[in-house]
Design a protein. Structure first.
Ligand code: FE
Ligand code: FE
Ligand code: ZN
Length: 275
């Protein structure tokens, strides 16, 4: 059985998310650590977190994949804004320690004209600082579509960040919509793309996937998610992903345009493709 889930609202707390996940047939999930378009975080609740940890173990959930705020740009040009983003990252990793052993995924950032190398340098510095306390969390860099000055549209950029940080606690979350929009053809050559990832980054760094179809054509660098089977990736691509032996143990998170009933149906659809 694969670990499949979706984004859930964190507003009712961690245990509530585990219960909701169970109800919709999920055995992993994602949630925003704070307002995705702002920076405000929820009040911490250690009792709720401990109850969630117990429930996750009891139900045999796969790794959760928390998501950092979209507004957290670790390589923005303004030094004060960059320092603020780094503070947000540090606080997120500290908070993740309440759910030990889970994943924390974020968008590497946009270099906004400073150049890829400067951007990678800023991101690596922030990660080094945030990982310093040694919290029990693995940080995942998300593969991006390469929109505007986004970093992470090429596997080489993720590898450069990983090398510059030099920690075993950094991995990658592969977003299917993003890499297809970014020019990695998982529709006609999934094996080839995974081989390329292995060559450049190493498959041991691949920890999780975001499963999204795409509203746009191959290599469009657009990043618009579509429901599974209704976009340019198509259902057969997801059948191949779900059943790929190299991806068997990875949490797979839906970020498709859905509310809970839609997610429940998509999880069932994906499970029907297994085997
Ligand atoms: Fe994302
Ligand atoms: Fe994603
Ligand atoms: Zn996206």
């Amino acid at each position: 059985m694969r670990y499949i889930g979706c984004h859930l609202s964190a507003s009712a707390g961690n245990l509530a998310m585990v219960r909701t996940a169970e109800k919709i047939g999920a055995n992993t999930f994602a949630f925003f650590t704070r307002n995705p378009r702002g920076s405000k975080a929820k009040k911490e609740d250690p009792v709720d977190a401990a109850a969630a940890v117990a429930a996750l173990g009891e139900k045999g959930f796969g790794h959760l994949v928390a998501h950092g705020a979209y507004t957290m740009n670790l390589c923005t040009a303004d030094p004060d804004a960059r320092a603020f983003a780094c503070d947000v990252l540090c606080d997120d990793l500290r908070r993740m320690a309440a759910l030990p052993g889970q994943y924390y995924n974020f968008h590497p950032g946009s270099h906004v004209g400073q150049g890829v190398e400067a951007g990678i340098d800023h991101i690596a510095r922030a990660l080094k600082k945030a990982l310093e306390p040694g919290y029990p969390v693995t940080v995942l860099l998300e593969t991006m579509a390469g929109k505007g000055s986004e970093i992470g549209g090429r596997f080489e950029e993720l590898k450069a960040i990983i090398d510059a940080v030099g920690s075993d606690s950094v991995g990658v979350c592969l977003d299917t919509c993003h890499i297809y929009d970014g020019g990695y053809d998982i529709v006609s050559d999934l094996d080839g793309v995974l081989a390329e990832f292995d060559r450049v980054v190493g498959l041991d760094r691949l920890k999780a996937l975001h499963l999204n179809d795409s509203k746009n054509a191959f290599a469009s660098h657009k990043d618009r998610h579509e429901c599974i089977g209704q976009g340019s990736l198509g259902l057969e691509t997801f059948r191949a992903i779900i059943n790929h032996p190299l991806l068997a143990d990875k949490p797979m998170i839906l970020e498709t345009p859905n509310e809970l009933p839609g997610y429940q149906a998509e999880i069932a659809l994906l499970r029907s493709l297994e085997g």
